[in-house]
Design a protein around this ligand. Structure first.
Ligand SMILES: [Zn+2]
Length: 315
């Protein structure tokens, strides 16, 4: 038995996975705790809860894979810093390994999600896959020749920080005009809040969406469903920028598949993915883009736990 663990900013999820890769039990908790020790206790309780639901004990677990939403030292199993979870320079893998009594590995959550889709979801049957996940930022992952490509420091795949506007807005990374400044959910929410403030979107104005933090993917979908033309324009423009980033990946990696995932893609579907794909096909080199498939992720959050467990099992 393996455990796949998704350490999210608001929720954490532990799942018990059998030798065939099937999820046999899952246990979800709010992510609580304000320091290393309390978050750690929360993690252990969540794992024990999953074991109880599967009616097994700690000694039945061979390996645990934990997907972390921030920079990690994968070699030593240390969470360096997570903006949304109160863990800082914390040796999560060795601590858990000692307490639970099995091997424990950390993985970047985007890599885990892409890997889960690759082995059990929309990426099955392909060998060269680029995963792009627009959300607060834009996460990316790369599978080459059937293997996750990590790069020299384990940080490969920062597709969100490709420059698409030479003098664009400042990005969280310090650069200007990165893809995620124009194509992430945050970028869309910023433009939509402006529409709401200017009275150009009745649906958003009614929802009080002048506050960027109130504009979630679900509200964007609602405004699109209501036929709000300003909203459609903003979403399409962001999607076209995403297509520019996709074209860059096609030209560099010659992939078989571009897999789009994350909350925005899940909620908006083709209304976001289609204009992105169209732009990609216009911009990428014709002989490279010809055989590229673009598809949407299909496992949702299960991709992360399945992927984290399998990557841990491999190591
Ligand atoms: Zn950036």
């Amino acid at each position: 038995m393996q455990i796949g663990f998704d350490l999210g900013g608001t929720k954490m999820l532990a799942a018990v996975i059998d030798a065939d890769g099937e999820i046999v039990a899952r246990n979800k908790n709010q992510t609580e705790g304000t320091d290393n020790d309390t978050v750690y206790e929360n993690i252990v309780e969540t794992i024990d809860g999953a074991l109880k639901k599967a009616d097994i004990s700690r000694k039945d677990i061979e390996v645990i894979g934990i997907a972390v939403p921030g920079p990690i030292d994968a070699e030593n199993g240390v969470v360096l810093h997570t903006p949304n979870v109160a863990l800082h320079n914390f040796p999560l893998a060795p601590r858990l390994s000692a307490d639970i009594g099995c091997r424990v590995f950390l993985e970047n959550d985007v890599n885990a999600g892409l890997w889960g889709e690759f082995i059990a979801g929309a990426g099955q049957g392909f060998r060269d896959v680029i995963g792009i996940f627009p959300g607060t930022g834009i996460g990316g992952g790369i599978v080459l020749d059937g293997r996750l490509y990590r790069g020299k420091g384990g940080r490969a795949g920062e597709i969100g920080h490709i420059t698409v506007q030479s003098d664009g807005r400042r990005c969280g990374c310090g650069n200007h005009g990165c893809l995620e400044t124009v194509a992430s959910k945050t970028a869309i929410a910023r433009d939509l809040a402006l529409l709401a403030m200017n009275g150009q979107s009745p649906v958003l104005a009614e929802a009080g969406a002048t506050d960027i933090s109130l504009i979630k993917s679900g509200l964007i979908k609602k405004a699109l469903d209501a036929g709000d033309p300003g909203v459609a324009e903003v979403v399409e423009q962001a999607a076209r920028f995403l297509g520019i980033g996709m074209a860059a990946m096609v030209n560099i990696f010659d992939p078989e598949l571009i897999l789009l995932g994350g909350g925005l893609v899940e909620k908006l579907g083709a209304r976001f993915a289609q204009p992105a794909e169209t732009e990609m096909r216009v911009r990428a080199m014709p002989h490279l883009v010809e055989g590229v498939t673009v598809t949407e992720a299909r496992l949702g959050t299960d991709a992360v736990i399945v992927g984290a467990a399998d990557l841990a099992r491999q190591r």
